[in-house]
Design a protein around this ligand. Structure first.
Ligand SMILES: Nc1ncnc2c1ncn2[C@@H]1O[C@H](COP(=O)(O)OP(=O)(O)OP(=O)(O)O)[C@@H](O)[C@H]1O
Length: 255
């Protein structure tokens, strides 16, 4: 039997006094790939931001269980140390903070949490070479400041480096495929597929089926009116791509 990683029950979330999530339920088992689709503004990012403890998102009702613990009791650092990773739609630029230093610190914080020894500079370098080398990802980004002046695609590649190095258990990707060239989409798919070890789970937001063709999701969910309105498999994404939201019974709230 599959082991549960995340269970969201009756989740209500407000941003700036507006209720965005209105009783959402979702369960993710270890090793599963879940895709979240939905019209613009439906609340997809709000869900993953809530799971990452983003300060904008205020939980007013509901329960979230992660690794059999109450996720809402965990602060942002604990969530990261417990293996929750989020790749943002638009990663923030942090001038003055060296990318390599940032990543090494994040890895060592997680290692300390797990009772492991810190990686020194040489070990960190060796690990970076190994991990990025598998996918031909340019390491020069590590020498620059975090996302500072990175192109859209470079920001996404940097998220992949973080993913490979941090090896999280719950990988949340918010439109990691948007704005990427075809080769970069393949790299994203290869990295995602390489992370799948039967235990790590993925919750990814996308508007297109291009990446889904390469990663074969287990479930595709459509978020509408603050809840999961429909769940299917990869074929649901194909149907959506072909027919649009209204034809599959989902009201576009932007219209
Ligand atoms: N900081 C904020 N202040 C005010 N409203 C916000 C804020 N963040 C999000 N919202 C609103 O919450 C709603 C849900 O936004 P969210 O980003 O979760 O949608 P989404 O489904 O990810 O959309 P998209 O597909 O366009 O990325 C939108 O109406 C948005 O305007």
């Amino acid at each position: 039997m599959k082991k549960q990683l995340l269970k969201i029950e009756n989740l209500h979330v407000k941003i700036n006094e507006n209720e965005i999530l209105k009783g959402l339920n979702l369960e993710i088992n270890e090793g599963e790939i879940h895709v979240l689709m939905g019209t613009n503004g439906a609340g997809k990012s709000t869900l993953v931001k809530t799971l990452s403890a983003h300060y904008d998102c205020i939980v007013t009702e509901g329960k979230i269980t992660y690794k059999n613990k109450d996720l809402l009791e965990m602060d942002v650092a604990t969530r990261a140390n417990e293996g929750i990773f989020m790749s943002f739609q638009t990663p923030v630029e942090v001038p003055g903070v060296n990318n390599s230093y940032f990543l090494k610190t994040a890895i060592n914080e997680k290692r300390a949490y797990q009772g492991l020894e810190e990686l020194d500079a040489m070990e960190f370098l060796k690990l970076t070479k190994e991990e990025t080398g598998k996918f031909n990802i340019d390491r020069k980004l590590l020498q620059r400041d975090l996302n500072d002046g990175f192109s859209g695609g470079e920001k996404k590649r940097n998220e992949l480096i973080q993913l490979l190095m941090l090896k999280p258990d719950l990988i949340m990707l918010d439109e990691i495929d948007s704005g990427l060239d075809v080769d970069a989409i393949k790299t994203v798919a290869n990295v995602i597929n390489s992370m799948l070890d039967g235990k790590k789970s993925i919750l990814m937001i996308t508007h297109y089926d291009r990446l889904l063709e390469l990663i074969k999701p287990d479930f595709v969910h459509i978020l509408n009116d603050g809840k999961i309105a429909k769940t299917g498999d990869y074929n649901l994404a194909l149907e959506l791509d072909e027919k649009g939201y209204e034809a599959i019974g989902i009201k576009d709230e932007n219209k």
